[in-house]
Design a protein around this ligand. Structure first.
Ligand code: BGC
Length: 735
């Protein structure tokens, strides 16, 4: 019967003259053929429509040809709520509450590429389920100053670490048929004057510090899209920048994906046409301006472009290239064969979020075995601090999320303590103005706004009666406190938290401080408190992850992805460079001396060094050796070291490899990270960790010739537990 039907259908198709499937719809055809076929079927208007937005987050496909729309979403820590067509505001859906993953600083702090893969897979599945085909993330701008309001969305200060961590995220997202849109390309290292500030940086710093993570994202991660930054470079906006987009990204790196503007980052039609921008988003419109049938037609790459085309002032060469890139992205995503279906806000995703958080949380200090919390000694635990209850998945700008749930640190601790039979008492201790101004019912009570002394006194009194104090403070993603749009004004903790920590430590020396932040903060009380945790913004499962670390269910294994300086003047950008600049230009006079590279160059002791992080167990390094004392120009050598867990519990150690160049024509940093491995070790267990060194680990960017060069001569391989904790130094030379 089925056979009869089929014969009938084929006969019918032949009879009515149904054409063969066009090439662009045929998933068996190579993508480039599909792209060319679709392109040649499109009208000029259809092409121009495709290169700019039609709503806050979407752009048109070609309905006539059955080519679907593009739907973008923030990014980078979870899938943004559905918004009203032309606005940022929520559309009020009830089925768009996502899983919040930890902020990217926490991911970088795991120093574990598998965690980046898990992260990308999780967020990619959520994006796919929500029918988004472009995820606006990950971000990989380098941490240049602790004042940058968006550092929490990035992967730290080191180009090697950021490069290794960005690649698996992208690959795992894209395995879901969702394009990663790596941002913000490039040199977007501050929020102050971000829309126009012109970055003046030398070529060496550009290539050695600020570009490698983007280069890895494009050449190894094979990112299908990239977002131009808001700022300027060489006097041109980064969203249409000849040097960054045409010369470096598209010519040198052979990027075949789509350059998406940051929202409102397009400023000029002709530059947008010629200087590498492919898709324009977020140029201002309310979609309803008077007399305008469709306000999006007034985008730089809409009617103004059509007019230039129609008048013959520009040819379709650039347009066809832009449209080809967008079609390629659509065939890779929305129209890809066998695209998975995704999943959303599942228990599995929550577990992924918790696992990443647990691997990223950093134990900065732990004198007298203050942590983990020991139920045999602690019967009454006092938790202090607004950040113990403040939702951290909300705020911070475009990465703000509507979540299915978020476990606060207090909830996590209370639940874990209950199981250990520990009584928990909570005091706010301090409050940010927005919270302090509300009474319990949410009504504004202005007289409460600045009453920090009373809050402090209450907490201190409770501290005297507790066996242990856990202070949970830090920043909070409000304006100026780790938030898009503004930088921080100083490294200091806000709302008199320093005075509170000092007073609590005096009242009860058995205190652990948890800092929730995506940035280094000043710690004038560092010597007064025995234990400190960097707790990051950990997302949906934040409180559970923190509790499991604090109680020792999980042995901390995160390490800092950026330096905690003692003071701002210990940071290259502030000591030698400029921040935030003079409102027109910002000069990166510190050049390549960013983060530990600067601290090393001046022998400055940081508060906590790059790569630092403690464990509840101890690791011993021994037997470091190198496979050969010399390396050929195209050869490799191996550095190996044994690492033993000499403590009493299971733990993970991040073994780091730095390379130092002893003689070189150009000045080089004292050492640079060129390898890391995270190893798991049972008590008493030893593992041998190996690193392969090749020419790329020895090279620097020679700006006089515009190339990476490895100079023959002496080098040292430093095996280390952090940038400030070397374990072995092995000399070798490059022939
Ligand atoms: C941010 C981007 C974000 C976009 C869309 C911009 O303000 O800089 O990172 O993806 O908004 O929300």
């Amino acid at each position: 019967m089925r056979k009869v039907m089929l014969t009938f259908a084929i006969g019918l198709m032949a009879a009515v003259g149904v054409a063969q499937t066009p090439d662009y719809l045929n998933p068996q055809k190579p993508i480039e053929e599909r792209v060319q076929d679709a392109l040649h079927r499109m009208t000029l208007d259809e092409k121009v429509a495709m290169i700019h937005a039609q709503s806050k987050f979407s752009s048109p496909g070609v309905p006539r040809l059955g080519i679907p729309e593009n739907w973008t979403t923030d990014g980078p820590h979870g899938i943004r709520q559905e918004v009203i067509w032309d606005e940022w505001g929520g559309a009020g859906w009830t089925n768009d509450s996502c899983t919040a993953l930890p902020a990217l600083t926490c991911l970088a702090a795991t120093w574990n590429e598998q965690m980046s893969h898990l992260y990308g897979r999780t967020i990619g599945e959520e994006a796919r389920y929500r029918n988004k085909n472009i995820l606006l993330g990950p971000g990989c701008n380098i941490y240049r100053t602790p004042l940058n309001g968006r550092n929490f969305e990035y992967l730290g200060e080191d180009p090697y670490l950021a490069s290794r961590m960005v690649v698996p995220y992208i690959k795992a997202v894209q395995a879901n048929g969702v394009a990663a849109c790596v941002k913000h390309y490039a040199l977007n290292n501050q929020e102050r004057w971000r829309g126009h500030i012109n970055v003046i940086v030398d070529d060496r710093a550009l290539h050695e510090i600020y570009l490698p993570a983007f280069h890895a994202a494009v050449t190894e991660g094979k990112a299908w899209s990239i977002m131009g930054a808001y700022n300027q470079y060489k006097g041109q906006q980064c969203c249409h920048n000849q040097y960054l987009l045409n010369d470096i990204l598209k010519r040198d790196w052979k990027f075949d994906g789509v350059v998406v503007s940051d929202w409102g980052g397009t400023h000029d039609t002709e530059q947008a046409i010629r200087n590498g921008l492919d898709m324009e988003f977020g140029s201002w419109t309310d979609g309803m301006s008077s007399g305008v049938s469709n306000a999006y037609d007034y985008y730089y790459m809409a009617n103004p472009y059509l007019e230039l085309l129609r008048s013959g002032k520009v040819t379709t060469a650039e347009l066809d290239d832009k449209v080809s890139r967008i079609l390629r992205l659509i065939f890779r995503t929305n129209m890809a064969p066998n695209r998975p279906l995704g999943s959303f806000a599942t228990a599995e995703h929550a577990l992924a979020a918790r696992t990443i958080a647990e691997e990223g949380i950093v134990l900065l200090k732990n004198d007298k075995n203050t942590l983990p919390i020991d139920p045999t000694r602690v019967r009454r635990l006092l938790v202090v601090g607004e950040n113990a209850t403040h939702p951290m998945t909300i705020g911070g700008g475009s990465s703000s999320l509507k979540v299915k749930y978020e476990v606060s640190p207090l909830e996590g601790i209370v639940e874990r303590a209950r199981r250990a039979g520990i009584e928990v008492v909570y005091k706010t201790g301090y409050a940010s103005p927005a919270v302090a101004a509300q009474d319990v019912k949410g009504a504004v009570a202005p007289e409460k706004i600045f009453d920090l002394a009373t809050l402090r006194a209450e907490a201190v009194e409770a501290a005297r009666e507790a066996d242990m104090v856990l202070f949970v403070g830090g920043l909070n993603k409000n304006d100026g406190q780790d938030c898009e749009g503004n930088d921080r004004e100083s490294m200091a903790l806000p709302y008199e938290q320093d005075a509170l920590v000092e007073a609590l430590a005096k009242a009860n020396p058995n205190i652990a401080v948890v800092i929730i932040s995506g940035n280094a903060v000043a710690m004038p009380w560092v010597k007064t408190v025995p234990a400190i945790i960097e707790g990051w913004y950990c997302g949906t499962e934040a409180g559970n992850a923190l509790a499991r670390v604090a109680f020792g269910d999980v042995n901390p294994s995160g390490k800092l992805p950026f330096t905690f300086p003692q003071r701002l003047s210990d940071v290259g950008a502030h000591c030698l460079g400029e921040h935030p600049g003079d409102s027109i230009n910002v000069r990166y006079n510190e050049s390549i001396f960013v983060g530990y590279r600067f601290a090393d160059s001046r022998n400055i002791k940081p508060l906590f060094g790059f790569g630092h992080g403690l464990s509840y167990t101890k690791f011993e390094y021994y037997g470091a050796k190198i496979s050969s004392p010399t390396i050929d120009a195209d050869g490799t050598i191996t550095v190996s070291v044994n690492v033993k867990n000499v403590g009493k519990c299971f733990g993970k150690e991040v073994v780091q490899l730095y390379i130092a160049d002893s003689q070189s024509r150009l000045v080089r940093p004292a050492k640079e990270l060129k390898g890391f491995r995270k190893v798991s070790l049972l008590p008493g267990e030893t593992k041998t960790v190996e690193f392969t060194i090749d020419r790329s680990a020895l090279s620097y960017y020679d700006d006089s010739v515009g190339k990476w060069v490895a100079e023959p001569g002496e080098f040292t391989a430093i095996v280390a537990a952090s940038s400030t904790d070397p374990k072995a130094a092995l000399k070798f030379s490059l022939k």
